[in-house]
Design a protein around this ligand. Structure first.
Ligand code: FE2
Ligand code: FE2
Length: 349
């Protein structure tokens, strides 16, 4: 028992030397290792240099009051148990000390047993608090790690679904990645809340998920499509919407909206519902610009990429007719960022 106690160092702070000596002797006798300080400032200095388990402090002292010392150590040394000792039996002061964070309030004169019991109790509570804090920290880290894992799984699942759809159409996997970054950048510059920008990045790879429901003979047909075949291709937004619309998660529901509206045009001439202007949700208006720009500026099986300048001209021709004019202006103003994304996520040769 004595060995366990001697592991605990106690710092006694009192401006009266005789009290420091008395307490020191009493606690020494009970097996604790004690050191003393004459005032709060000195105590703080010692606490910076050595490790103590418990601080036993007088309240009325020159230089720095016991209450000020208590406030500082509660902030800076949260592994330290603090017991306050006072010659004044004042309930308000005692409650104040406990509220600030002291483990106890002892009134002088103090009996040896009373002192030792209070010290042992405070150290026991300190032990429990340290264990509890450590446990909470471990729990927090575990939750964070699991959340990260779940987020990654969610992101990879969405990305993989998006890629699967693009593969059917002989588009490259990089298309979905570039497009999702274009969408996020545009959403940010448009001033949408960051959480929504992140969701748009996450969900936009699903824009062509509906192609899963279009037959290969039409989807992969070389050459010109008949009107009938084109009408079938035009069903992919609605098929995509139907695949995703019942989802409970925010990202998949946003994916449903993007799938449904990425071929709508600002003047109402798009498909499938001929939505017009702001009736097209913002994520659909954002996806339309990003999707067309990427389709124009990258090689596809059936066509070569065109120069960025030429693509910009084509986008400008669609300002207000195909594309939301404000969003298009923002997209074009941010060309350096767009080109950086294009470069970083270029197709693998
Ligand atoms: Fe599409
Ligand atoms: Fe696309």
């Amino acid at each position: 028992m004595k060995n366990m106690q001697s592991l605990h160092k106690v710092l006694i702070v009192d401006d009266e030397e005789v009290i420091c000596d008395t307490f020191s002797r009493l606690l020494d006798y009970a097996g604790y290792t004690c050191q003393t300080a004459q005032n709060g400032k000195e105590a703080l200095r010692m606490l910076e240099q050595q490790h103590f388990s418990l601080l036993l402090s007088d309240i009325n002292m020159p230089v720095m009051s016991g209450l000020d010392l208590l406030r500082t150590v509660v902030e800076k040394h949260n592994d330290l148990a603090v017991l306050m000792i006072s010659g004044v039996d004042d309930r308000d002061v005692a409650i104040n000390c406990l509220e600030i964070g002291a483990f106890g309030y002892i009134i002088k004169p103090v009996q040896m047993n009373e002192l030792v019991i209070n010290v042992a109790n405070a150290l026991h509570r300190r032990e429990l608090e340290i264990i509890n804090r450590r446990y909470n920290q471990q729990l927090k880290e575990l939750v964070e790690a699991r959340t990260q894992e779940l987020n990654l799984a969610r992101e990879e699942t969405i990305m993989t679904l998006g890629k699967a759809a693009e593969f059917r159409d002989n588009e490259t996997a990089q298309h979905t990645i570039r497009m999702s970054h274009y969408c996020q950048m545009l959403a940010r510059q448009y001033g949408l809340p960051e959480s929504q920008c992140e969701l748009i990045r996450l969900a936009s790879p699903l824009h062509d998920i509906g192609k899963i429901g279009i037959s290969d003979t039409i989807l992969l047909k070389p050459g010109k499509l008949t009107d009938e075949e084109f009408a079938i291709i035009q069903q992919h937004p609605e098929i995509g919407y139907r695949i995703l619309a019942d989802a409970k998660s925010e990202s998949l529901r946003l994916g449903a909206s993007i799938a449904y509206t990425h071929h709508e045009k600002f003047d109402g001439s798009g498909y499938p519902r001929k939505l017009q202007g702001y009736a097209i949700p913002v994520e659909g208006r954002i996806a339309a610009i990003s999707d067309v720009f990427d389709a124009l500026t990258t090689n596809r099986v059936y066509k070569s990429a065109i120069e960025v300048d030429k693509a910009v001209e084509i986008l400008k021709q669609g300002r207000g007719s195909h594309f939301d004019p404000d969003l298009l202006d923002i997209f074009l103003q941010n060309m350096p960022t767009i080109l950086r994304i294009k470069e970083q996520c270029a197709d693998h040769k």
